[in-house]
Write a protein that binds this ligand. Sequence first.
Ligand SMILES: [Zn+2]
Ligand SMILES: [Zn+2]
Length: 284
Amino acid sequence: MGPTRIVDQYLFYCKEMCSDFEPLGKISLFTILEICKASTRKSLQGINYFAAEGGEAFDGIKKLIEDKAALSMDSERLIENLKRARFYLKSDYKVHVRRSSDIADHCCAYALSDLKGQNFVQDCDHEHDQSCIECSNLSNTLNETERFIKQTETDEELLDRAVKKFQSYRESIEAWKAHLLRSINQDLCRENLLNKLSNDEIYLNLDWAMKFLPVKSRQPQSEFFDKRGISWHITVVMKNDESFDKEDSVFDEDGDALDDSQQTSDQAMSDFSIENEEDTNDII
Ligand SMILES: [Zn+2]
Ligand SMILES: [Zn+2]
């Protein structure tokens, strides 16, 4: 965002929030912005690891393709498809996943059934004979990228390294997709329990929300040591009270909660969160 827009937005904000407050003059504001430049926040604190690593993997694959862009006509198309696949995971995939679906990629029962065991299996009463354009785009793009790397790298040692790198990126992306499906399944289960909750029952969700993590990506333990003891344990209590006004119902969940169970209802979180000073030895 350019400085002019930031200043304009700030002035608008001041006017809207507190009309009798007199902000600094424009020249002073520009000087402040010149000295403390606005930058995009890149901190990954509080984001779950699956999403963070998946995002990094997409960037990594893009870089692998860009490095060889001059050698193939396909690079632009691959990068474009990669972008589309990433956007899909961030958006529509979460809406596509169902308890039961004839698209294998979207079917919770199929995806979460244990292939080897007999205890954690649910048979689907349908065929998985449909496919999803976006899920196919993701797997096709990854396959094509692997071929692209193999075709464009001639040095055997470098090729070996690039392929290993690519495979670890691919695993991160697939792990992210699997995590999304699990979190949706968990959310569906929660909704199911809440729907069945009678008036004399409560639903407790005990969770570990987050820990204040090291600010640097590789902070030595000696520097991190002081910051222990600030993990949050949260308990969200939900009750089905029919006398409650429907609009204020505790079951009104934010749609974003689907993304990650950690983000369950911010309001409830702050109400019940405890800064757990006792938990000092539990360094992750
Ligand atoms: Zn199925
Ligand atoms: Zn799909």
